[in-house]
Design a protein around this ligand. Structure first.
Ligand code: RB5
Length: 146
């Protein structure tokens, strides 16, 4: 799976840990967007929109957005057509976001979850597959005008 990563200044360390984890799990870091130092303050919607665009331009890929809480990234990403971003804090939700909601962007909060839990959530998300069937009809209705 190709994964497009992004973070703001609040989550640089987690972004780096998860970039290494993506590779360790046998997946590919397709792009990494965000500041290189915590002192480099950026606006999370700019990162979310950039990463969302990369996911949309790369069919079959997934996005991973991390900020302080994951919430702002998800709000910004979910305004982009074709993006279904899920803020996740537990493994069950990480799996269901893929299996039932066909989420294509995982959002995590660096100030909410520890690094090891974040890795479990990421791995669970990457390993899960959309179940299709009745869920496909519902996911279609998530689009604007759906
Ligand atoms: C930055 O301080 C913080 O607001 C941001 O990382 C994120 O938590 C927003 O949702």
């Amino acid at each position: 799976m190709r994964v497009h990563l992004g973070s703001d200044h609040a989550a640089i360390d987690l972004r780096r840990e998860l970039a290494a984890a993506v590779a360790a799990f046998g997946h590919e870091v397709a792009s990494e967007t965000g500041p290189s130092a915590a002192s480099e303050s950026v606006d999370y919607p700019d990162v979310a929109v950039a990463v969302s665009g990369r996911v949309k331009a790369d069919p079959g890929s997934l996005g991973l957005l991390v900020c302080g809480t994951g919430q702002g990234m998800a709000m910004a990403a979910n305004k982009q057509a074709g993006i279904r971003a899920a803020v996740v804090m537990d493994p069950f939700s990480a799996a269901m976001a893929r299996e039932h909601n066909d989420a294509n962007v995982l959002c995590l909060g660096a100030r909410v979850v520890g690094v090891e839990l974040a890795k479990v959530l990421l791995r669970t998300f990457l390993d899960a597959r959309f179940a299709g069937g009745r869920h496909a009809r519902r996911v279609e209705k998530l689009e604007p005008g759906g």
